[in-house]
Design a protein around this ligand. Structure first.
Ligand code: HEM
Length: 441
């Protein structure tokens, strides 16, 4: 059943799945809430949580005919979907939300970007074996051994601005660190990290945003450069495997090529370079904003760094970088009490599930002292659970440790605007200006 819908990354929708037969659902909840759902509207992009709170109470599952998505808002329903990958296929996870125009398709085909389902959008038959191989190699040893290098990086970036008395934490720290960290982890040269970061950030717009036709074409050229870079990275690793994650995977392939193809390895590396930084940058940025807006909690964290691991979890629960994620049904089924047809596109509002007050008391409150009895949904749940979670947690912990240690007196500059790149799934402020008295550092 691997990607039975042919809905992979950068592909066009087969016509039979452009509109599932929603009229066949016995209780199709086309609703008042759906008329208010504007996933690319300014107010939702800036703050989806007010809408989520209302929708969770009024219509926790609703069908939106405008976008052709079934939106699911409650924690338990989302977990149920995550736990049933045979019925709720991940094949659609990276499929472009906006149909690619013919010129972009031409550029894609000309450049021979040979994307295939890989982990995140792979169906159970092949996903299980691949996750075992690639997940088992993502060992605590491989993650922990790069901790000192990540710490030096973070500290080095802070050195650059600490005497200035002000900084934009996103562009001067949080933008680059996760890209460099994933490069160190994979074993790529640092000097390419920024280029890849820039090429990679367009991928969120192609797959999950609303690019114009011209933007789609430009982005497809960038994506092809990134693909070529990744192929070279893999070729080099196969030639001379290093002491790093990619080296481990290259050695595995050389010892037994039947485990996975070279093209599959390129695909996973292509996925990880993107999944490994955009997400961590944005989650850290949203988290720093939440901490500085709740200044008593920032002070508590500075006084007691032992709270940092808990603060990281609360940031991921309260305002993470992937606030919605997709599935497609492989057969007629149910979510909660609603019948959903085969081929229905589902949008799981992870940001809503992680604030569901039936699971998290006062879910809309940010509270770094919170004891979470259940796990938030920031990294998903079930077989596709984020493979990079230990690395993301480590990076966020180090960033908070260094900032609380070196800039405890930092404050947010008042009156700034919060801008986001509008996408269906990713959420992160573009800048976060902070200031402090440089004479007291
Ligand atoms: C705060 C940072 C991050 C967030 C919020 C995040 C979130 C997610 C989410 C929501 C999924 C989909 C889960 C599902 O479909 O059930 C996922 C999958 C994945 N993530 Fe992350 N991620 C982060 C960081 C990372 C990092 C640092 C890496 C790589 C080093 C990474 C690699 C992956 C991979 C390979 C998958 C696919 C796993 C599978 O399908 O089996 N992620 N992540």
């Amino acid at each position: 059943m691997s990607n039975q819908f042919n809905l992979g990354m950068f592909q066009s929708s087969p016509s039979e799945f452009k509109n599932a037969d929603v009229t066949s659902a016995s209780s199709c909840p086309v609703s008042k809430i759906a008329t208010e759902f504007e996933p690319f509207g300014n107010s939702y992009i800036k703050n989806p949580y007010d809408f989520y709170q209302r929708a969770r109470n009024e219509e926790p599952v609703f069908y939106d005919p405008k976008s052709d998505y079934w939106v699911v808002l409650k924690y338990t329903d989302i977990v149920e979907i995550f736990r049933n990958p045979e019925i709720f296929s991940a094949a659609i996870a990276r499929h472009p939300v906006t149909e690619l125009c013919p010129v972009a398709v031409e550029v894609r085909d000309k450049h021979n970007i040979s994307i295939e389902p890989s982990l995140v959008d792979e169906d159970p038959e092949t996903h299980k074996a691949h996750k075992k191989i690639f997940g088992d190699a993502f060992t605590p040893k491989r993650v922990n051994e790069i901790e000192p290098r990540i710490r030096r990086l973070v500290s080095g970036f802070i050195d650059r601005f600490i005497d200035k008395g002000s900084a934009d934490l996103v562009s001067e720290l949080l933008y680059e660190v996760p890209a460099l960290a994933i490069f160190i982890f994979l074993g790529a040269d640092d000097d390419k990290a920024l280029m890849v970061k820039e090429l990679g950030s367009v991928r969120s717009i192609v797959s999950w945003g609303k690019p114009t036709e011209d933007e789609q074409v430009d982005m497809m050229h960038d994506i092809s450069k990134h693909w070529d870079f990744t192929k070279q990275l893999v070729d080099d690793a196969l030639e001379a495997p290093g002491d790093n994650y990619l080296g481990d995977m290259a050695r595995l392939h050389l010892s037994d090529p039947s485990k996975f193809t070279i093209n599959y390895l390129c695909n996973v590396m292509f996925l990880m370079q993107f999944a490994g930084h955009e997400t961590t940058t944005q989650a850290s940025a949203n988290g720093m904003r939440a901490l500085l807006e709740n200044y008593d909690q920032w002070r508590s964290l500075c006084k007691n760094p032992d709270l940092i691991p808990n603060a990281v979890e609360e940031i991921l629960r309260y305002d993470s970088s992937i606030f919605a994620w997709r599935r497609i049904t492989t057969r007629k089924t149910k979510v909660g009490k609603f019948e959903i047809p085969e081929g229905a596109k589902i949008l799981m509002a992870l940001g809503s599930g992680s604030r569901d007050s039936e699971i998290f008391e006062d879910g809309d409150n940010f509270d770094i002292f919170r004891k979470q009895k259940k796990k938030h949904l920031a990294f998903g749940n079930g077989v596709h659970f984020c493979m990079g979670a230990p690395l993301a947690r480590l990076e966020m912990k180090i960033i908070l440790e260094e900032l609380t240690k070196r800039l405890p007196q930092m404050k947010m500059v008042k009156g700034q605007q919060w801008d986001y790149i509008p996408t269906l799934t990713f959420r992160g402020i573009k800048s976060l200006r902070v200031e402090w008295d440089a004479n007291k550092t």
